[in-house]
Ligand binder design. Structure first.
Ligand code: NAD
Length: 331
């Protein structure tokens, strides 16, 4: 029987693993912690492995894994910047990812976050918590249907965001390097990102984080925002220059922002810092602001997404073991 070893397994993945094992003639064992040099010997005797590695992966492990006969790593995430793909390939290790596991989850979160600020929910909640139940003018909000939304990156997730905002009655403008013909009925594509942004009451980011998009949202781009824009970043933290973003908040270009991804999040997100000191003053400041909703990269975090990630990792492991290849290979 084929034997698979999983690492970095969260307790919320366990039921999905059990269900998958029931449907397949495969033995699966798992660890909650990561694969390291200290525990790599445990891989001996297994046919394949699946990881959800976070942070840089020690490239020396490829050679050791290869010496145990391991030919693949199935990473249970869309991101793969933790792996040296060439070194993996040189050791005959094929790496797969799960590129799309629930685009609706992220799009729904982006829409929720935008509506949260459009409808003045944080302010209304503060008032109620102070037992002030009056209808004051500053919590009188705009109607979502009358707003223009700029979707930056109309890919898998951005397309769903665009459809959701459109279903509220919003005008949707968009910018992408590649236009999707099937979205042209919904998205009024603009020639440049600034063309889209200057018209928008809500700006939502759905582009990847890479060399080209690093700090794409800088002082100059924020200067083109309309006053009182609602801003959502559920894409990648590195896309936004946080200092420029803070200036845009203080100059009232941005009225409210959902920051689900933050450029220096790696140190903190997915860890419990309650009772510990957070050194990152910028993160502390963002958390304390009423006009920013900081969330720890959870836009994706739904049962559907976790099921698809867990099953995706196991399916790709089996696929590579059975066929030597996978449509989800990245090296
Ligand atoms: P995708 O590849 O389907 O779509 C990205 C789109 O951006 C593509 O259409 C591409 O052409 C476009 N694009 C790339 N560079 C661009 C640029 N410089 N200017 C304009 N358009 C550009 O990807 P996706 O699955 O829709 O993911 C979108 C983003 O969501 C990624 O950053 C991903 O990391 C992020 N994400 C966030 C979470 C979360 O929980 N917050 C979870 C999953 C994915």
């Amino acid at each position: 029987m084929v034997k698979i070893k999983m690492y970095d397994v969260e307790t919320y993945e366990e039921q999905f693993i059990k269900d998958w094992v029931q449907a397949h003639d495969v033995e699966v064992d798992y660890e909650h912690g990561p694969l390291t040099k200290e525990n790599v010997e445990d891989v001996k005797g297994y046919d394949g492995i699946s990881l959800s590695h976070n942070g840089p992966f020690d490239s020396d492990l490829f050679e050791i894994l290869a010496s145990y006969g391991i030919k693949q790593i199935a990473q249970r995430s869309a991101g793969f910047d933790m792996y040296d793909l060439e070194k993996a390939k040189a050791n005959g290790i094929l790496i797969t990812t799960v590129p799309s596991y629930s685009p609706s989850s992220i799009a729904e979160y982006a829409v929720m976050g935008a509506l949260y600020f459009v409808r003045q929910v944080p302010l209304a909640q503060q008032r109620v918590q102070a037992h002030d139940f009056r209808w004051k003018g500053d919590i009188m909000s705009r109607t979502v249907k009358d707003l223009t939304v700029a979707v930056i990156g109309v890919g898998r997730i951005g397309s769903i965001s665009a459809r959701l905002f459109h279903s509220f009655g919003c005008r949707v403008v968009g910018y992408d390097l590649v236009r999707r013909p099937e979205m042209e009925d919904i998205v009024d594509y603009k020639e440049s990102m600034l063309d889209a942004i200057t018209q928008a009451d809500i700006v939502t980011l759905h582009i990847p984080g890479n060399k080209e998009t690093y700090h794409l949202f800088d002082d100059e781009v924020f200067r083109h925002f309309k006053a009182q824009t609602i801003f959502v970043n559920a894409a990648r933290g590195m896309v936004v220059d946080t200092q420029a973003f803070l200036k845009a908040l203080d100059s009232e270009k941005i009225a409210g922002a959902v920051i689900d991804t933050y450029e220096n999040e790696a140190e903190y997100y997915r860890r419990d810092y309650s009772g510990k000191v957070i050194q990152d003053e910028v993160l502390l400041h963002l958390i304390e602001r009423d006009d920013v909703l900081v969330s720890p990269h959870i836009a994706f975090f739904t049962g559907e997404a976790v099921k698809n990630l867990t099953e995706g990792g196991l399916n790709s492991t089996l696929e590579v073991l059975n066929t030597g290849d996978s449509e989800f290979r990245i090296n």
